[in-house]
Design a binder for this molecule. Structure first.
Ligand code: KIV
Length: 266
């Protein structure tokens, strides 16, 4: 497989071939995603919850994002790497946004950044793309707005809210975003947005009609159990397998089975 690029995002939409994305936060999992043939990796600020054990994504810092993105870039192989702009890395101003987004490309090996928000970040998107920093937009449920939204709730359910999301989707496309994440919105609304836009939509809890899908890796492989969103699907239970293996290791050490001569030096 050749290295996945922004042009591939667009041609997959044109050719009606689904785009596959997952999050990853470190080198070993980036290697696994590459071996599985996943198109693009988002180093999501979800790492605050699934790696750092935080309540929400708000405390995650720019330095932490750069640190994790560097690790992912080393293992990503042909996957395109996208860095996620954490809370307060762009909200305070456009100059901040361009500078922080640039760190993902300059220091961390990412090819693009993702940023939450609609109309309120269009000027940011314009300034970033003007600086040759490709931007993936993100509307619907935007976890950095958890306090305004009053929790992780499905968005765009009323006619008025749906209309607003359609307008925001067009606005971020017009501002220059190369793709758009739609999170936790009704599937019919996601279908309409996907049909109207020329850039690809990537769904998470947005139904089957998006141009691609993304999920949080730790949900998919059973490594995060604090809560399981309705929209995710668990394809493996790595935690159960790991606990089983480590219990066996403990028992073998206690019984003197490990290490044997095979693992010892003569
Ligand atoms: O932070 C993240 O992992 C995300 C995805 C869930 C889209 O924003």
């Amino acid at each position: 497989m050749a290295h996945f690029t922004i042009q591939d995002f667009l041609s997959k939409k044109k050719d009606k071939v689904k785009i596959t994305m997952l999050t990853a936060y470190d080198y070993p999992f980036a290697r696994i995603l590459d071996e599985a043939g996943i198109d693009a990796i988002l180093v999501g600020d979800s790492l605050g919850m699934v790696v750092q054990g935080l309540e929400n994504t708000l405390p995650v810092t720019m330095d932490e994002m750069v640190y994790h993105t560097k690790m992912v870039s080393r293992g990503a192989g042909d996957c395109m790497v996208i860095g996620d702009m954490p809370f307060m890395s762009y909200q305070a101003g456009i100059a901040d946004a361009v500078k922080n987004a640039g760190r993902f490309l300059k220091e961390a090996g990412a090819a693009a950044v993702k940023m939450e928000g609609g109309a309120e970040v269009c000027d940011h998107i314009r300034a970033m793309t003007k600086s040759d920093i490709p931007v993936m937009a993100h509307i619907g449920l935007t976890p950095q707005s958890i306090h305004r939204m009053g929790g992780y709730k499905v968005q765009g359910k009323s006619d008025e809210a749906a209309k607003r999301l359609i307008e925001e989707a067009h606005a971020v496309e017009d501002a220059g975003a190369f793709s758009l994440i739609l999170e936790a919105i009704p599937l019919k609304l996601a279908k309409k947005i996907t049909k109207e836009l020329s850039i690809p939509t990537i769904g998470i809890g947005a139904g089957p009609h998006c141009d691609g899908q993304i999920l949080v890796l730790h949900d998919v492989i059973g490594l995060f159990e604090r809560f399981v969103p309705k929209f995710t699907k668990q394809y493996a239970n790595v935690k159960v397998d790991a606990v089983k293996a480590l219990r066996k290791y403990k028992a073998e050490v206690e019984k003197g089975i490990f290490p044997s001569e095979k693992q010892s030096f003569k």
